[in-house]
Ligand binder design. Structure first.
Ligand SMILES: [Zn+2]
Length: 685
């Protein structure tokens, strides 16, 4: 027998893959272990509408190595992979493809057509993924893969929402989202990132809020004011609170105003020099801690008609979110128009007052006639003029900053509080920490660190999206009373409640929206929203088995998973949502062991970027160095397995090819050569 002088590893691999396929080696490895103890593994589903890339080779190598290892040590390791099919990335790609954008144009096209296009696209690159798995040598069952668009999957997701509702953890509330008023839709972060522009001129307004309670001590002044800074004067009618940093020093500054009267302004000590840089004569008359300012009451700038009445409005609160790097250290809080603002309101029981309509125009209830029904950005000037006339402006300038615009229609965006459905995660923090004790993390520090800290501060989870291509929320609301709603938790229940002939084949919009429930003489219609796709991937342990409607035994045997493994970025995403939903539904964690791998970066330390071409195509690596060398390199890399960032180093991979694989190959060649000469055969034991 003649051996090649130099080893062609990629060619060996191609032959081996053929053998595996022909002899069904993976399938046999499972058959041999039928009836053995299950070692359960949950596979996090990727999107199949995007191509697999180099970064996927690390996690897929780890998943494969562990599955093989536990099979070899005698366990039955089912390895079904899954596909994430819903969500904004899919819609985003379809809008681009069809050349449309936003709610209005989607509705004009027709929701059915739009969703059909989404459906047709979700498995666009399924074959490429399967080829990637095959070529890298990953043994996974693609034939029985689960997909989040399947009706069975969605039914289990509905059941999961039923568990949340049964524990009284489902509620409707506000969430602040970047929002385009022309498209009338919230945008996700990655969409917002598409539309930032630099050097956008905006007002920089220093505005005075008059302190009313307690009565100012200084008798000889015209008024005592908290000095706040804003770049969004249009949001001032929506002001409901002011916030200061509790640990900062604040100063009371006495000065003469433009009308010649003496007044006191309150601002952070650290901001004094910058804010008062053009003032010649002023006097610091007092210095207090931010904490001691909390509870002060002030006079609203505008009395919005019909506004909510609450003792918590128009008060000063202490908060860590207040910036001391710019402005005055006094934050103007408009809960309808900012994330920090809204959180402050929700944490302190301040009702949310919205002074901008969904189309971006100010409401009629604002007492200033010149801004009623005016587009928010166009209201700035009239408000500044009005406040100046009232003597409430300390300084008004224009400055340049970076501001987000809608990448679709160029409209300026705003943060906007919209109603959404929440899981009250904050109420189960203790349970989350308790069930997390039963989990084992590699590397260990993530358990109490990145993950544990996230659990300690867990916030309520907004699980609905005002979108189109997603699993529909199974919530039907009484047309006449929005607080009266039904959560449908199975298809049988839906059939019964709505008096249907049989189970609907497809649960997607718009078909599902036509199903009306009439109960006790009341008419219930489905809410428009779809699920956040993270709720779906978090329900995966039950939904992949269609539990509790089918395969209860398989679910019971395989839950919690013995092992899950994904990249560091999933710590606060998939690992988290799995943990939250399993804890709520079963009071148990979703997994026992987590292997968190690092993120592969380009050789220069930058993120892998298709555009910059800063990494080799994975097919090229397969063809040159081979999949085994790549896997050996990745799995042997300290950074990769310690959840660090690892720089891809092709030279290091070539060293492995030469020094490790080459050495093994030479030893093998040496042995077989002399074995042939001497007629030696290994003894089979
Ligand atoms: Zn827009």
């Amino acid at each position: 027998m003649k051996k090649a002088q130099t080893a062609d590893f990629p060619a060996f691999e191609a032959e081996m893959l053929k053998v595996w396929e022909k002899e069904k080696t993976f399938e046999k490895s499972l058959e041999q272990r039928q009836g053995a103890k299950r070692y359960s593994f949950y596979d996090g589903p990727p999107f199949a509408n995007g191509l697999p890339h180099f970064g996927h080779s690390l996690v897929t190598s780890i998943k494969d190595a562990l599955g093989r290892y536990h099979t070899m040590t005698g366990s039955y390791v089912e390895r079904r992979n899954g596909w994430d099919c819903h969500g904004l990335p899919v819609e985003f790609a379809i809008e681009k493809e069809l050349g449309i954008s936003g709610k209005k144009q989607i509705m004009e096209l027709g929701l059915q057509k739009f969703n059909d296009a989404c459906r047709a696209s979700v498995f666009k690159y399924k074959e490429e993924w399967e080829e990637f798995y095959r070529r890298i040598g990953r043994w996974t069952d693609t034939e029985h893969a689960y997909a989040t668009i399947d009706r069975d999957f969605t039914e289990s997701v509905w059941w999961m929402l039923g568990q949340v509702e049964a524990k009284k953890l489902l509620y409707r509330g506000y969430k602040s989202m970047p929002y385009c008023p022309r498209c009338e839709t919230p945008l996700s972060n990655f969409e917002v990132n598409e539309g930032y522009r630099d050097n956008v001129p905006d007002p920089s307004l220093f505005v005075k809020f008059k302190v009313t309670d307690p009565e100012p001590r200084e008798a000889d002044v015209d008024g005592v004011y908290l000095l706040a800074w804003t770049t969004t004067p249009w949001s001032l009618p929506g002001n409901e609170a002011l916030a200061v940093r509790p640990d900062e020093k604040y100063v009371f500054v006495k000065r003469n105003n433009e009308a010649g009267a003496s007044e006191v302004l309150i601002l952070a000590k650290k901001r004094l020099e910058e804010v008062f840089k053009d003032e010649d004569t002023f006097e610091v008359v007092d210095e207090v801690s931010g904490k001691s300012l909390s509870g002060l009451r002030y006079e609203p700038l505008y009395e919005v008609a019909g506004r909510p009445k609450s003792d918590n409005m128009f008060k000063v609160w202490a908060s860590e979110v207040v910036s001391i790097e710019d402005g005055t250290g006094v934050l103007h809080v408009a809960p309808a128009f900012g994330e920090d603002d809204l959180n402050l309101a929700l944490d302190n029981d301040i009702p949310v007052m919205n002074t901008v309509k969904r189309d971006g125009h100010l409401v009629d209830e604002v007492p200033l006639a010149s801004v009623r029904n005016v587009f928010f950005k166009d209201a700035d000037r009239a408000i500044i003029e009005d406040l100046t006339e009232k003597g409430r402006v300390y300084a008004a300038e224009t400055f340049l900053h970076t501001y987000p615009f809608c990448y679709r229609c160029d409209s300026p965006l705003l943060y906007y509080a919209i109603t959404t459905w929440f899981v009250k995660v904050s109420a189960v923090r203790d349970e989350l920490l308790k069930t997390a004790e039963q989990t084992n993390w590699q590397p260990d520090h993530i358990k109490a660190g990145r993950f544990g800290k996230w659990l300690e501060g867990a916030r309520d989870w907004a699980i609905s999206r005002n979108r189109y291509w997603g699993a529909p929320l199974p919530i039907w609301v009484n047309e006449k009373d929005e607080d009266d709603y039904l959560v449908v938790t199975s298809l049988d229940e839906l059939v019964k409640l709505a008096g249907l002939e049989g189970k609907p084949e497809d649960l997607h919009r718009p078909g599902i929206d036509d199903i009306i429930i009439e109960k006790d003489g009341k008419k219930y219609v489905r809410v428009e929203e779809v699920f956040d796709c993270w709720f779906e991937s978090g329900s995966m342990p039950v939904a992949q088995q269609h539990y509790p409607f089918e395969r209860e035994d398989v679910f019971t045997e395989s839950f919690p998973a013995d092992y899950v493994g994904e990249g560091l970025d999933q710590t606060r995403l998939w690992f988290y949502v799995l943990h939250v939903l399993s804890t709520i539904a079963f009071d148990r964690p979703a997994y026992k062991n987590v292997l968190v791998n690092g993120i592969v970066m380009a050789a220069d330390g930058q993120k892998l970027s298709k555009r910059l071409r800063n990494y080799p195509p994975v097919e090229e690596v397969f063809a040159t160095e081979g999949a085994d060398v790549l896997r050996f390199y990745l799995l042997g890399n300290d950074q990769a397995v310690s959840a660090d960032y690892m720089r891809f180093n092709r030279d290091a991979m070539r060293d492995i090819q030469r020094n490790v694989f080459g050495t093994v190959w030479n030893a093998h060649t040496f042995l077989t050569m002399y074995a042939e000469i001497d007629g030696w055969h290994p003894v089979r034991r």
